[in-house]
Design a protein around this ligand. Structure first.
Ligand code: NCD
Ligand code: ZN
Ligand code: ZN
Length: 475
């Protein structure tokens, strides 16, 4: 080892894994980590980064972003979205299919993959699972999706929710290939019923959005999806968990052996109903921000492993689209890929989580759930050199005007943070250095399907008659 010269040595920092922290240096060559250990055993390097006083983490893997291209590039595009990721210490993102055209056919997927060529960071693309594209799912897998997204409830893009019948067949098809299905788990019909009544009664205040979407919509959807997953052997993931109530069907499904994972997002950990008066329509998001007891339950669930990971639901919109007098006309969500790491490191500094907890929920668990481990989410020899180097003692204030995202409106504006990513490295290349975007690294990002180890399918449960009708074999 010592006779060869490698590309980069990151020396003298504190390495953080999902289990432990230790003083150590990291050697990187040809995009991969080649050695981790004491500085004395490091090979000679063309470049050295002094990480003294800094912590060296696997880059965050954010499995829930909306980069809006093609179709809504006035809100965001692949260049601005992945620049925001790079600035936030995030080295892999999974992009959602509610663009225009929606990512539900191989032709639409090809447009998305073309747009993604501008990416600074690595990415997975979600294929859409809808009522009318069940016959396209295998072609989407062939075309390179990293997983699927099913909108069980109405949200931005107004994509209709599939019937439970279509979902069951889609789950059977996807289970055969081992891909994970991410769920917007809110039941559409309950929300439509309630919103219609609220609107007829002239209700249009920010909190009326919460009244239209009580936690029962999420409990019902999580439980129903878990039943379909159990029946078919499909892997599923519950997006943006917002309530204490959803934790029960999540825990129960895990106990039954369903391959189910869940994420929550900073907005559900840091906001609650007391913020509606201050933020007005800006706080409109699906699912809604809820009463304070939910956020306490979500912190505990992240800590005890019930909720597997943190994602952001990065949902950029313009200020004009967010600030409305009538809550039903305000677009839902706000950008988050750039602020997740400082916000969560602040929680680490406050003792809500340990730094190893943070690596577990931001990198290690997402990599495992999507079949990327150990290539990603780990600081071990052989892994991709996807690294966030952070200063845990640095303080900052989130300012929306300064975001790299095209969207300059966030509920986190003005929040004080302690813990800031200083450098971001994707497969050995700096994409952010000293808090500055490395513009020359535009286009460095790659689809994770190139490195993904194919998940092993779980056994599925298709009865003989349906199997012959559907043209499939039972297992
Ligand atoms: C998301 C968006 O804007 O694309 N909005 C949101 O409120 N979360 C859609 C979604 O994730 O439901
Ligand atoms: Zn959603
Ligand atoms: Zn989303």
């Amino acid at each position: 080892m010592s006779s060869t010269t490698v590309d980069l040595v990151i020396s003298g920092g504190t390495v953080v894994t999902h289990e432990t922290t230790f003083p150590g240096s990291i050697a990187v060559d040809k995009g991969r980590i080649v050695a981790v250990g004491e500085v004395a055993i490091m090979p000679s390097a063309r470049e050295t980064l002094d990480a003294k006083g800094l912590h060296v983490l696997p880059g965050a893997i954010d499995v829930h972003v909306h980069f809006r291209e093609p179709g809504y590039t006035h809100k965001e595009d692949w260049e601005t979205g992945t620049a925001a990721a790079a600035m936030g210490g995030t080295t892999t993102v999974f992009d959602m299919p509610n663009v225009e055209p929606p990512t539900g056919t191989p032709a639409a997927l090809a447009l998305k993959l073309e747009a993604a060529k501008k990416a600074y960071v690595d990415y997975g693309i979600y294929g859409l699972l809808a009522e009318d594209n069940v016959d396209q799912l295998e072609a989407l897998i062939e075309g390179g999706v990293a997983g699927f997204k099913c909108f069980m409830g109405n949200t931005f893009g107004n994509l209709p929710s599939p019937s439970t019948g279509a979902m069951l067949e889609a789950f059977e098809i996807i289970a055969k290939h081992g891909y994970r299905i991410s769920l917007h788990a809110e039941t559409a019909s309950i929300m439509a019923w309630r919103q219609k009544k609220l609107m007829a009664a002239g209700k249009h205040a920010p909190l009326d959005h919460l009244a239209a979407r009580p936690a029962v919509v999420a409990i019902e959807a999580v439980a129903r999806a878990a039943i379909l997953a159990e029946w078919t052997g499909a892997r599923i993931h519950v997006l943006h968990i917002s309530s204490a109530d959803e934790l029960r069907p999540l825990r129960e499904a895990k106990a039954r052996g369903v391959d189910i994972t869940g994420e929550t997002c900073p907005q559900y950990l840091l906001h609650d109903t007391t913020d509606y008066a201050r933020l007005g329509s800006i706080i409109r998001v699906n699912p809604p921000v809820r009463e304070p007891h939910h956020k306490h339950a979500l912190w505990a669930a992240l800590k005890d492993g019930t909720v597997d990971m943190i994602a952001t639901d990065h949902a950029p919109h313009t200020p004009e689209e967010k600030i409305k007098n009538d809550i039903w006309t305000a677009d839902c969500g706000w950008p988050g890929v750039e602020t997740q790491m400082p916000l969560m490191l602040t929680a680490v500094s406050e003792g809500k989580l340990s730094i190893t907890d943070y690596v577990r929920i931001s990198a290690y668990n997402p990599a495992r759930a999507w079949g990327l481990h150990p290539a990603k989410g780990a600081i071990v020899p052989g892994a991709d050199a996807d690294i966030a180097i952070v200063d845990l003692s640095r303080t900052d204030t989130i300012e929306q005007e300064k975001l790299a995202s095209r969207s300059k409106i966030t509920t986190f504006h003005g929040m004080k943070v302690k813990g800031v990513p200083m450098h971001t490295i994707v497969r050995g290349r700096f994409v952010m250095r000293d808090r500055k975007l490395v513009t020359a690294a535009k286009g460095h990002g790659q689809s994770v399907r190139r490195i993904q180890r194919m998940p092993t399918p779980r056994p599925m449960n298709v009865d003989q008659t349906m199997a012959s009708v559907l043209g499939r074999t039972t297992t």
